[in-house]
Design a protein around this ligand. Structure first.
Ligand code: C2E
Ligand code: CA
Ligand code: CA
Length: 952
């Protein structure tokens, strides 16, 4: 509704225009009939004038006919042929009987009047009169002109008739002067309108007489030219409009009244056009006025009708739509619903606005509910939040969350968990039966409260009960009350159901989360605690040790006290496990009480306990040991007996006796044995008295001999190109079968070699073997690189590069023959020094791999500074990436990051098909692990020859 009321294109203007258009044909018809009426009225006026003139003409003609008959009768009278008194008295008596004649007379053919009805004194000659001449010429009845009679002195028209003698010769002319007064009378009788004139016109066109409407004689004058023309053309009579000299237009009707020898005489009545058409014009004006009135009435009706029936409602609708468009969802048209089209439109609009408002409420509830869900950490808080949101954001009256609770054997009660809004404290408006009926999952809606059986709180006009279900289990219901009826239409309900669904999901999620947390706590407890005594177990102790001593080399000082209960086994066997367990519990209790705060007490196995002190030196550890000894020395009352046990304590100090848990534990164990051997209650570890030391030295010596004798084996483990699913290289892994100890783990003897300087000859041996093998395979047509592991020590070895160059020369090796695997930590020991060696190696066409990636610095950024070809993700991540999301995240993100740096990725420790497939999907380049093949001697590997391809 932007058009102002005055605009030509406003609805009202259009409506008026429409009305005018609709009226046009009838107005035209009316106008036509008015004009027609007017025309007919004018015609009628003409006709009436013509009738009048014809009546006059007929009367005139009658007079003439009478005159002719009179004169003919006279002419035949013998008395008229002889002049004298008899003649005169005859005419005089005739004259008195005919008042219209001014005179009756007779004249000789010469014109001398010899007999007259009126007496005359001197001789009168009529020979020059027109009527006389005409009578002589025609020898028939003839008329003369209008003139003043010579005898009478009155205006008259003379008529002559020939008097014939017995021989038929002309003997004279009888004539009568016809008085025109009768015409005057006739005029007055006709009651001509004001301004009208009556004309008598002779055959020559001259006006014989001119009489005004009041019977007055008017001065003579010629008839106007148009009248004369009409007389000339239409001799039978007619009408014509004539403009007179005085400027008035008259309607002249004329008719012939006498046909004589010299032609036709006419009588004409001229009525002023104004007067003649006065009636017609009156009619016209009245009709036009009527027409105008009708048109005005129609427009007036259209103006007010459009306002009352249309415009007011259209404006109301327009105003409501404008408000709605501006976001006022409460806007309604306020018009009566239904009926005509506008009513239907208003109803549709109001319904639409209502539905919009309802849906908007529900939508706001849903989105605010979702925000609450995302933030939620506590179930009750979440429920309270949702109820509050339903009321405050959604604009509903009140909301509850209820659930059914089994009270007694068969009874169920509905309980409110959370509620918001006025009247929220009253009982929930659903009963246990209804709640149970909702288990099917469909919501219950009471569209208009007061209709159903349900008890509802104050001010509630509609109610929706939305079931809360998670994992097929009923959790309860979300109940929403609205202050207006019909608030829950299909769309709004759908959104609210979604809110309820989300809420149920949220509750389920929170519960699952707390269950998981509990399970995790339990697992952790079980993993790190001893179930019998409730003390931390060995794993917990090792973890604690690692963190308290520091992972990288044991900077912190501390002590580990190994407590061994000497007589426990005997007691266990004598009294049974149950009593043994009770004793262990009691001992654990005393132990915990005997150590200072901050110390950790753990049960390692059977009758072995450990105490960790940090910080501590030999003295503090010894005094704590003393305290423990005393605490455990007191007898234990058990099963009616008083039992004594003997505790022996071994102390190992960190970092002197070990900087990692296994070493420290082993040395504390050794210390227990040392204490027992020397029969002391406790002893601090003495390395000089450790029997294990020389053993290790002996092993190193054995290793030296093995390297020298070439008594080691080199196994090869395949590497698989995951894109092409084909062999693309092998890793060389050293094996040592000790003649006495059997297979020694490479982890053990490689670290021994590193600490004894044997790593250099060991690596050299591996390199020689590997290059020899590479040459052998190449001559057999298998061109794959062999990867050799390098230690940090090797990188520091200045001879490494010349040695490799020498070996390359010996075997004719080149790019693609050899890869080197170096751990992150080895590289980072001396990055500056390493970079030169690495560059030189890379220049030889040797591929460089970062081994065990993820266990050290795990920073890819430094790799950009080194000539690295690939990273090998450590097997600890790959092996549990299916069960541990964090490991999976490490693997996945490492692949992405390495690829961003143009570095290839090898995953080691691939043990099954699922991991292999997932790695391939994540874009990992190469896989290595038991799934593709275990490390094996070269002979076993060559079997796969047919499928070998070059590594990228
Ligand atoms: P590494 O370099 O990380 O070698 C990979 C280790 O993972 C090998 O153990 C291999 O047998 C094992 N492995 C391969 N696939 C799987 C699998 O799917 N699952 C499991 N659980 N393990 C798998 P290995 O042979 O015992 O070698 C242990 C470590 O000893 C090597 O770790 C490496 O650090 C060192 N080492 C072995 N040979 C040499 C060598 O010639 N020189 C040097 N300096 N160190 C070597
Ligand atoms: Ca390796
Ligand atoms: Ca590795």
């Amino acid at each position: 509704m932007h058009a102002g009321p005055g605009r030509w294109d406003s609805l009202r203007a259009r409506l008026l225009l429409l009305v005018l258009f609709a009226m046009l044909p009838s107005v035209a018809l009316l106008a036509y009939s008015v004009a027609e009426q007017h025309r007919q009225a004018a015609q009628r006026a003409e006709h009436e004038t013509l009738m009048l003139v014809q009546a006059i003409a007929r009367e005139q003609a009658l007079h003439l006919a009478t005159t002719r008959l009179t004169l003919r009768a006279l002419a035949k009278l013998p008395a008229l042929r002889a002049p004298g008194g008899a003649c005169d008295s005859l005419l005089a008596s005739l004259l008195s009987a005919h008042p219209y004649y001014t005179n009756l007379a007779a004249a000789t053919p010469e014109g001398d009047v010899y007999c007259s009805g009126l007496p005359f004194s001197s001789a009168v000659n009529a020979g020059d009169h027109a009527f006389f001449r005409r009578t002589l010429e025609t020898q028939a009845f003839s008329a003369g002109d209008y003139q003043v009679g010579r005898i009478t002195g009155l205006p008259a028209v003379n008529f002559g008739y020939p008097i014939l003698d017995s021989d038929g010769e002309l003997a004279g002319v009888a004539f009568a002067a016809l008085d025109l007064e009768w015409v005057k009378e006739l005029t007055l009788r006709a009651q001509l309108p004001r301004g009208a004139v009556l004309l008598m016109i002779d055959p020559a066109g001259g006006v014989i007489a001119r009489i005004g409407h009041d019977g007055r004689w008017l001065t003579r004058g010629d008839p106007a030219a148009p009248l004369r023309r009409a007389l000339a053309t239409d001799r039978e009579g007619g009408t014509v409009r004539v403009m007179a000299e005085d400027g008035t237009t008259r309607l002249h009707a004329y008719a012939p009244f006498y046909q004589g020898a010299s032609g036709t005489s006419y009588v004409s009545v001229g009525v002023p056009a104004v007067e003649a058409l006065a009636v017609a014009r009156g009619d016209l004006l009245r009709n036009l006025g009527l027409l105008l009135l009708v048109a005005s009435l129609a427009i007036f009706a259209a103006w007010f009708g459009s306002e009352v029936f249309l415009l007011r409602r259209v404006r109301a609708l327009g105003e409501a739509s404008r408000r709605l468009a501006q976001g006022d969802l409460k806007a309604r048209s306020g018009l009566q619903r239904g009926g005509d089209e506008l009513g239907c439109l208003a109803a549709a609009f109001d319904d639409m606005a209502g539905s919009l408002q309802r849906v908007n409420r529900a939508l706001r509830t849903l989105s605010a509910g979702n925000r609450a869900l995302v933030r939620a950490t506590d179930e009750h808080e979440l429920l309270q939040d949702i109820c509050r949101i339903v009321v405050e954001v959604g604009g509903y009256r009140c909301a509850w969350v209820c659930h059914a609770r089994h009270t007694e054997a068969d009874k169920v009660a509905v309980e409110v968990w959370a509620a918001a809004g006025p009247a929220a404290t009253t009982a929930p408006p659903i009963d246990a039966q209804t709640l149970a009926g909702l288990d099917a999952g469909a919501p219950l809606v009471v569209k208009r409260c007061g209709q159903g059986h349900t008890e509802v709180p104050d001010g509630c006009r509609a109610l929706a009960v939305l079931p809360l279900r998670a994992d097929g289990e009923s959790l309860g219901a979300l109940v929403i009350c609205a202050a207006s009826p019909d608030c829950f239409d299909a769309e709004a309900l759908e959104l609210l159901e979604e809110t309820a669904g989300d809420l149920a999901y949220g509750i389920g999620n929170l519960r699952a989360r707390s269950e998981r947390r509990q399970a995790q706590d339990l697992i952790e407890r079980m993993a790190y605690h001893d179930t019998l005594t409730g003390l931390p177990n060995q794993a917990a102790m090792e973890q604690h040790l690692r963190t308290s001593l520091g992972r990288e080399g044991g900077a912190a000082r501390g002590a580990m006290l190994m407590v061994d209960l000497e007589r426990f086994r005997e007691i266990n066997e004598a009294l049974g496990f149950h009593q043994g367990d009770q004793l262990l519990k009691a001992a654990a209790q005393r132990l915990s009480e005997a150590v200072p705060g901050g110390a950790m007490v753990a049960r390692l196995r059977g009758d072995e306990f450990a105490v960790l002190l940090s910080p501590a030196d030999a003295d503090t550890a010894s005094s704590v040991a003393q305290g423990i000894r005393e605490a455990l020395d007191r007898p234990f009352p058990l099963g009616g007996l008083s039992l004594r046990i003997n505790a022996v304590i071994g102390i190992a100090l960190a970092p002197e006796h070990g900087d990692e848990p296994a070493r420290l534990g082993r040395h504390a164990d050794v210390a227990v044995r040392q204490a027992k051997r020397s029969r002391r209650p406790f002893a601090v570890y003495d390395p000089s008295a450790d029997e294990d030391g020389p053993q290790r030295l002996a092993l190193a010596s054995d290793l030296r001999h093995a390297i020298d004798a070439g008594a080691l084996d080199l196994y090869y483990q395949p590497k698989i190109d995951l894109r092409q699913n084909a062999l693309c290289g092998v890793e060389a892994l050293v094996r040592w079968r000790h003649p006495v100890r059997g297979m020694v783990s490479p982890d053990e003897f490689v670290s021994l070699a590193e600490h004894t300087g044997l790593i250099k000859p060991l690596t050299l041996w591996v390199l020689e073997q590997a290059l020899g093998q590479a040459a052998a395979w190449r001559s057999a047509g298998v061109s794959i690189p062999i990867a050799v592991n390098l230690s940090a020590w090797n990188l520091r070895d200045r001879n490494l590069l010349p040695k490799i160059e020498e070996l390359f020369a010996r075997w004719g090796a080149g790019p693609g023959w050899l890869d080197l695997e170096i751990t992150e930590s080895a590289m980072m020991e001396d990055p500056e020094g390493a970079v030169g060696t690495l560059r030189a190696l890379s220049a030889l066409g040797i591929g460089l791999f970062i081994d065990d990636f993820g266990t050290g610095y795990s920073s890819l950024s430094y790799l950009t500074k080194l000539p690295v070809n690939a990273v090998k993700i450590d097997k600890s991540f790959v092996m549990d990436m299916l069960s541990n999301p964090q490991s999976a995240a490490v693997v996945h993100s490492t692949i992405g990051l390495a690829h961003d740096l143009q570095i290839a990725v090898v995953a080691e420790g691939v043990e099954d098909a699922i991991v292999s497939e997932r790695l391939a999907n994540w874009g990992c380049d190469v896989g290595q692990g038991y799934f593709y093949g275990r490390p094996a001697p070269a002979e076993e590997l060559v079997v796969a020859k047919g499928r070998i391809t070059r590594c990228q």
